[in-house]
Design a protein around this ligand. Structure first.
Ligand code: ADP
Ligand code: MG
Length: 594
């Protein structure tokens, strides 16, 4: 076939493939236009999941009659004029593509009136055809109606999900946009029924709780940090409200919802050890930074962006959230069955109407005990040695946490019961020790190689390709850990030196190293910090005291003291709680003293 220029309609249909994938993407574009037009109220209505009809009504600045036709044209926009403008886009739209794309695959009607105009004007478009503009009665602002999406493009229509599923996506996108624009009211009607009604609010917190459910109020911590020109704010959930999917974590860049793997990763890292690996933190995070530091023009729907300095952003997010979590007391409180007051176990995102769809599995009880197993043997001197070693490192800012008081009792060589200023505390000895070791090791490893001990006789492990690969990948990391291993034959690796801690804690070294090298393939070694944390996780777990280990009074006291000294000791590195608290208030109620 000879090369031909494509007709404009076909070009737009191709572009539509990227911009308008489904009804929810149409709605996203229309709401963004209304926000750019500085609307105060945005009303969305859909019929049959938006496939039949979508309508977005705003009270924004309107479109002048003589520009209505241009609004439907491709590459026509009022938002940028010169290439330089791309460097600092502050509007939600700028590609001048959405309305043209939508019109190429649906019937579109725009009714609009600007403040100066005597009446509204209406234009209709479908494919190549245009009708209007002509005068019509109408309020200030703009109403865009989209009928029969993909009506003439059966191939695309085929990819739509059920009406219910499409309506759910629409609801989600309206909620997402609403969360970042609390000063705009939003409503959503589906098949004539109002499913979402969000009044104007003066804070993001109010709006977010309107969307996510006010019962989350106590579970969401306020985040607000600024570093090197990056401002971060929003709400981050306590570990208990982590969810089985990532749906309740959202990022916004300069008001625009975005998805970004590196940001999600930073969030995960911040919660590392506080929630189980299979769960996702609940967090709504707004990032404000100079638009010239990001390229928003890398994705047709503008949902992905490229940061000029993504490492800085990553560390700002991780540290900002870590600090926020550290400032809060995360020890979960324990409720007895008939207990009053009821502990906050929120019915997350109630399934009704405008709320986010509830997820299938209920929040996991934070009270489920760990079931540790493994070899016995614990000598607190060994832990002391690490502590002393670590104590020379300047500690992070002290965390406000009640000091240990009174005595402690070991229960069935598994749990430790003690008191603090708030009440009774029950501790899982393995989980706490693991957490304490992890934090200490991490702190220690951040300041230089871990103390290492050379073996008189090298230990060897049987190695296959994966082990050799792992050894190569992990080289710098192993050095930091004080682990010296080298290939010693076509099928063996010799271990010459190991982290002293492992010997002290009587961990069998060859299986540990073999495991570690095998897992190296899964480790993101490009991110040295992350890889380090993974490996320290493994070490802490192996080296920690186990359930069944008897502790002397002194050992108990030391363990409790370490709890105070170590950050985030409320959860073990795998996210299980290390301790639970029964508050005095709770106890007093239970015994009828209140
Ligand atoms: P973009 O938003 O990228 O500029 P669109 O195709 O979405 O491209 O819209 C084209 C133009 O139509 C916009 O630049 C704007 O001038 C105008 N427009 C669209 N929707 C509205 C609205 N709801 N209110 C006012 N103007 C609008
Ligand atoms: Mg637009």
């Amino acid at each position: 076939m000879p090369i031909r220029r494509l007709p404009a309609l076909l070009v737009n249909q191709i572009a539509a493939g990227e911009v308008v994938e489904r009804p929810a993407s149409v709605i996203k574009e229309l709401i963004e236009n209304a926000i750019d037009a500085e609307a105060n109220h945005i009303e969305v209505a859909i019929d049959r999941g938006g496939i039949e009809r979508i309508q977005v009504v705003d009270d924004g600045c309107g479109i002048p009659t003589d520009e209505l036709e241009l609004a439907l044209a491709a590459h026509a926009t009022s938002k940028i004029t010169a290439p330089d403008d791309l460097d600092g886009v502050s509007t939600m739209g700028f590609r001048g593509e959405a309305l043209a794309s939508i019109t190429s695959v649906a019937r579109v009607e725009i009714r609009s009136r600007t403040p100066g105009a005597e009446c509204a004007s209406v234009i209709e478009g479908e494919g190549d055809r245009r009708d209007g503009p002509r005068p019509v009665a109408g309020p200030l602002g703009t109403t865009v109606s989209v009928h029969q999406l993909f009506g003439h493009v059966p191939a695309r229509r085929k990819f739509l999900k059920s009406e219910v599923a499409e309506a759910r996506r629409i609801s989600r996108i309206v909620q997402r946009l609403a969360m970042s624009h609390p000063d705009v009211s939003f409503s959503l009607q589906s098949n004539g029924r109002t499913t979402l009604d969000l009044p104007r609010r003066d804070t993001s917190r109010r709006r977010i709780l309107d969307v996510m459910g006010p019962e989350l109020d106590e579970q969401m911590l306020d985040l607000d940090v600024e570093r090197e020109g990056i401002r971060l704010w929003g709400l981050v959930g306590r570990p208990e409200v982590a969810r089985p999917t990532s749906q309740h974590q959202q990022f916004y860049l300069n008001g625009r919802p975005i998805t970004d793997r590196s940001l999600s990763h930073a969030l995960r890292e911040a919660y590392r050890g506080l929630i189980e690996p299979a769960r996702y933190p609940t967090a709504i995070i707004f990032i404000q930074m100079d638009p010239s530091r990001v390229d928003v023009n890398v994705h047709p729907a503008k949902t992905e962006v490229r940061f000029r300095d993504d490492r800085l952003l990553h560390s700002t997010i991780r540290r900002g959230i870590v600090e926020c979590l550290q400032a809060a007391d995360l020890t979960p409180s324990l409720a007895l069955p008939s207990g009053e007051p009821s502990t906050t176990r929120p019915a997350l995102f109630g399934s009704g109407g405008g709320r986010m769809p509830s997820s299938s599995s209920p929040p996991r009880s934070s009270a489920s005990p760990a079931t540790p197993s493994g070899p016995r043997g614990f000598a607190i001197e060994e832990v002391r040695r690490i502590s002393e070693d670590v104590s020379r490192i300047p500690a992070a800012a002290p965390i406000p946490r009640p000091l240990p008081m009174g005595t402690a009792l070991q229960v069935h060589k598994t749990f430790v019961v003690t008191e603090d200023a708030d009440g009774l505390v029950i501790i899982d000895q393995h989980a706490l020790h693991e957490r304490v070791m992890f934090e200490r090791l991490l702190e220690r490893a951040s300041s230089g190689p871990l103390p290492s001990q050379r073996l008189l006789v090298p230990e060897t492990i049987d190695a296959v390709e994966t082990h050799f690969d792992g050894l190569e990948r992990l080289k710098p990391l192993l050095e930091r850990l004080g682990l010296d291993a080298t290939p010693s034959g076509p099928r063996s690796i010799a271990i010459h030196a190991v982290p002293a801690l492992l010997l002290e804690r009587k961990v069998s070294v060859p299986p540990f190293v073999s495991d570690l090298l095998e897992r190296a393939a899964d480790l993101n070694v490009a991110d040295e910090e992350e890889a380090l944390r993974e490996v320290l996780d493994m070490m802490a777990c192996k080296a920690a005291i186990k359930a069944g280990d008897h502790l002397t009074d002194q050992e108990l006291a030391d363990l409790l003291e370490m709890r105070e000294a170590v950050e985030r000791s409320s959860n073990c590195p795998h996210g299980r709680p290390t301790s639970l608290r029964l508050s005095m208030e709770h106890l007093e109620r239970q015994f009828g003293r209140r």
